[in-house]
Design a protein around this ligand. Structure first.
Ligand SMILES: Nc1ncnc2c1ncn2[C@@H]1O[C@H](COP(=O)(O)OP(=O)(O)O)[C@@H](O)[C@H]1O
Ligand SMILES: Cc1ncc(COP(=O)(O)O)c(N)n1
Length: 268
């Protein structure tokens, strides 16, 4: 058996910390072969996003059709899609190609506060893409936006919102708690027919958290074909991300909020 092929369908971040660039690094760090379908372009640095250039939806579908008519893909990570049309095209092509292990990171707003998804696309995300997801990985603001509710302010509210997100049809939800205050960062996994699982890691004191969500979801996608179940893939991905955060200050990619260290296990 050759390496697993994992595809990222996401936006480009020229600064290399988030988007398809982060996804390729995370896939590689987990011993998987990375492929990409570019769904949006951004002009971006560690200081923020200065522009978004959408890709026509039919060309995103064209990239997917060309790639999947040739390569066997073992898992998929979906990130920034930008528009409702691209969201619909990606959802349709995922269904048509019957892609396995679909992890959807519902990217809406960058850490810098810049919007990465048109407000009018949230409905397409909720109704078209989430029912096709094996796992969806919202942060707290994204969960609130998808549910049309205020952001969860504690773990009990996170549990309730995770369960309500399951009603949109994904097979599992990982609600990420990085935006809550506290010594630990706690994420909650809920899946149809199994008990909730909490993943807890010590909060790393660094401002270099650009791309944490991208790195976590792409690590999970890379690990799903290699692990017995979703919980074990999530646990290993979170341990990898925590170490990448601990070593983040070794990378100097600009003067703003920098990336995590994807290759901490190799660069001594
Ligand atoms: N400072 C930190 N130290 C350790 N883990 C963190 C830190 N910030 C975020 N995380 C973890 O990184 C992942 C993504 O974080 P989160 O901030 O919730 O989402 P997003 O990056 O999508 O905004 C989660 O597993 C979260 O618990
Ligand atoms: C292309 C792209 N995709 C995703 C993110 C989100 O990452 P973050 O929330 O860390 O800014 C981003 N900034 N850019």
């Amino acid at each position: 058996m050759s390496a697993y092929n994992i595809v990222s369908i996401a936006g480009s971040d020229p600064s290399g910390g988030a988007g398809i660039q982060a996804d390729l690094k995370a896939f590689s760090a987990h011993g998987a072969f990375g492929m990409t379908v570019v769904a949006a372009l951004t002009a971006q640095s560690t200081r923020g996003v200065t522009g978004v250039h959408p890709i026509p939806a039919d060309f995103v579908a064209h990239q997917m059709d060309t790639l999947f008519s040739d390569a066997t893909v073992h898992a998929v990570k979906v990130g920034m899609l930008g528009t409702a049309e691209v969201t619909e095209a990606v959802a349709e092509a995922i269904g048509r190609h019957g892609l396995p292990h679909v992890v959807v990171d519902p990217v809406m707003v960058a850490k810098s506060g810049d919007r990465l998804l048109e407000p009018s696309a949230v409905d397409a995300l909720r109704t078209r893409l989430l029912p096709r997801a094996d796992l969806v990985t919202p942060n707290l603001p994204e969960a609130a936006d998808l549910l049309g509710e205020p952001e969860a302010a504690d773990l009990a509210a996170m549990h309730e919102q995770a369960l309500r997100l399951l009603e949109f049809g994904p097979r599992a939800v990982l609600l990420k708690g990085g935006h809550l205050a506290g010594e630990d960062c706690v994420d909650i996994l809920v899946a149809q027919g199994s008990a909730p699982v909490e993943f807890r890691s010590p909060r790393v004191r660094t401002r270099n958290t650009h791309g944490t969500g991208c790195t976590l979801s792409s690590s999970i996608a890379a690990l799903l074909p290699q692990r017995p179940d979703t919980a074990s893939a999530v646990g290993d991905a979170k341990a990898y991300l925590t170490e990448a955060l601990r070593r983040a200050d070794e990378i100097d990619a600009g003067g703003g909020q920098g990336p995590v260290h994807h290759f901490h296990a190799w660069w001594k």
